[in-house]
Design a protein around this ligand. Sequence first.
Ligand SMILES: O=C(O)COP(=O)(O)O
Ligand SMILES: [Mg+2]
Length: 226
Amino acid sequence: MKFKAIVADIDGTITCEKRELHLGAMKKIRSLKIPVVLATGNTLCYARTASRLIGLEGAVIAENGGAVTVRFDLQGTFEESLEECEKAYSFLSEYFKLTKLDPLYRKTEIALRRDFDLEKARALLKTQSLDIEMVDTKYAIHLKSTKINKGVGLQKLAGMMGLEAEDFVAIGDSENDVEMFEASGFGIAVANGDEKIKEAANYVTDASFGDGTVEAIEFLESNGWI
Ligand SMILES: O=C(O)COP(=O)(O)O
Ligand SMILES: [Mg+2]
């Protein structure tokens, strides 16, 4: 096996427990000769800033696949409008007090503070004929189109880079990374990952958070896979 690029989730994967960037993971990522793409549920500007500050090329998947850019000098492309998400938000707001996160910067999905009963909200949402689902990243709950996810984003970005999604190794920590693992050639979950991502993974690290990402990259290097 030989892979041509890595796609790494941000929160919980290249960070420490309190969400600060993990310096060991930064150093390891910077030492690589292959492209590293960041994929996050967070906003496009957050992802681009992280890419810039880590020393990468600006290839990012943001808003769980809803927004993608391949370089800093190119604008992002956006897959979906917020219309259906807003309908779901209005509906759920009748039952819960919801707080939107960074609404000014989100163009394709709505992120919510994790302070309401997700399972109850999921059950309620099912009664509506909306193509909207809820994913929990452990940092936010995202109301998003069922048509977009990080896997769809990876297919799109890989094409823009002249690669296939299978050329990528994906590293992640939660359920919003599952489709990205499925689309990629090999998925590695860090030890702090949730049950869903560990189940979807080809390999689970012993170490957590950024230490897990360092371990993942060393594992790939020691096998000669990157
Ligand atoms: O913004 C969030 O919910 C966290 O996003 P990430 O773990 O996909 O980076
Ligand atoms: Mg994450």
